[in-house]
Design a protein around this ligand. Structure first.
Ligand code: PHE
Length: 331
């Protein structure tokens, strides 16, 4: 019995070895218990008591050794309890989220409120209410993803659908900004993807003019790219605006002198805009004799590229953490 006290272990593994040797089902004490049958009847009582006592003592001693070894291991070896905690690695915002927030912030300061809508849409909100003729090429399978070959349910190809949803609910004054993901059936490459992100804006009120549009876009460009930034509007065409324009900003790299970024032009195209076509106002229940409006739309990837010079669009959706960690946002 005293020998139990001579058992020693310096590591938890050694203590476990002792437990297996003495206390497990096939251990030495179990073996003694198995031999119990062959003990003469008159000794059974005493032998039984002694074996039980031995088992209790051994259990107690081995548990004690285990506990001591565990404490010794944590205090002596590789774990330094006085060390400061590991810093928690916090994530970073996605560059597209950073740029989206920045765009939304600028327009919020100009009085625009946020409006969002579904990515799976119907033809009416994406196309018909936006004055796309039935045979307009943008409705073609080339551009539009259909949901389960249903001709009416589609993935929105621009967030103008959110403008339609706002106009059908609300009478002017309307001043909204609509950020969101849009889908177009394009082959994926460094320069195109089957989805991207947009921010579109809409302002409808009495006496809204092209001057208002131009002034707001100039303020936006200067907030986004710096106070020296100039803008240029070129005539263009969209089914839902008349007149329509495309807007360029002076090159964010060379300031307009001409460089490889702007291909020597000095200008970079960043958005489409125009005065809301009266037919769009009428289709959405707004009296076009009383109200007028402007709209504009830009790709967030495009703006992010100008800010960060990301060469390959696919980087934005591959979620390579080495890329994502390069971006940190204040908000
Ligand atoms: N909806 C257009 C597009 O997706 C952008 C746009 C919006 C143009 C509003 C003019 C006015 O390309």
């Amino acid at each position: 019995m005293e020998e139990v006290n001579n058992l020693h272990a310096t590591t938890p593994a050694e203590a476990e070895q002792l437990r297996i040797r003495f206390l497990s089902k096939k251990g030495e004490i179990a073996a003694l218990m198995n031999d119990f049958r062959s003990v003469p009847a008159e000794l059974k009582r005493e032998v039984g008591q002694r074996v039980n006592e031995l088992k209790n003592l051994a259990t107690e001693r081995i548990n004690q050794l285990k506990a001591e070894a565990a404490v010794a291991e944590t205090t002596t070896s590789h774990i330094d309890l006085t060390r400061t905690a590991y810093p928690i690695q916090i994530g970073t915002r996605h560059p597209l989220t950073i740029v989206k927030n920045e765009i939304v912030d600028i327009f919020s300061r100009l009085g625009f409120t946020l409006a969002e809508g579904p990515e799976v849409e119907d033809d009416w909100h994406v196309y018909s209410s936006m004055n796309f003729a039935d045979d307009h090429p943008a409705r073609d399978m080339q551009d539009t993803f259909f949901v389960e070959a249903h001709p009416d349910i589609i993935l929105r190809s621009h967030t103008s659908s959110v403008q339609a949803r706002v106009m059908e609910r609300q009478q002017p004054p309307i001043r909204v900004i609509c950020p969101g993901r849009v889908y177009r059936n394009e082959a994926i490459s460094a320069r195109a993807h089957c989805f991207f992100h947009q921010v579109e804006g809409l302002y409808v009120d009495e006496k809204v003019s092209f001057k208002d549009l131009k002034q707001v876009l100039l303020l936006f460009a200067q907030e986004m790219f710096g106070s020296e930034t100039k803008i240029r509007l070129r005539p263009s065409y969209f089914p839902f605006t008349e007149p329509s324009a495309e807007m360029d900003v002076s090159c964010t790299i060379c300031g307009g002198k001409g460089c490889s970024m702007c291909k020597g032009e000095g200008w970079l195209e960043i958005l489409g805009c125009g005065m809301v076509d009266p037919a769009v106002l009428e289709a959405n229940g707004i009296d076009s004799t009383r109200y007028s409006g402007y709209a504009f739309g830009m790709g967030i990837e495009r703006i992010a590229n100008l800010k960060y010079q990301v060469k390959d669009l696919r980087m934005f959706s591959e979620n390579d953490v080495r890329f994502l960690r390069e971006f940190t946002a204040a908000n």
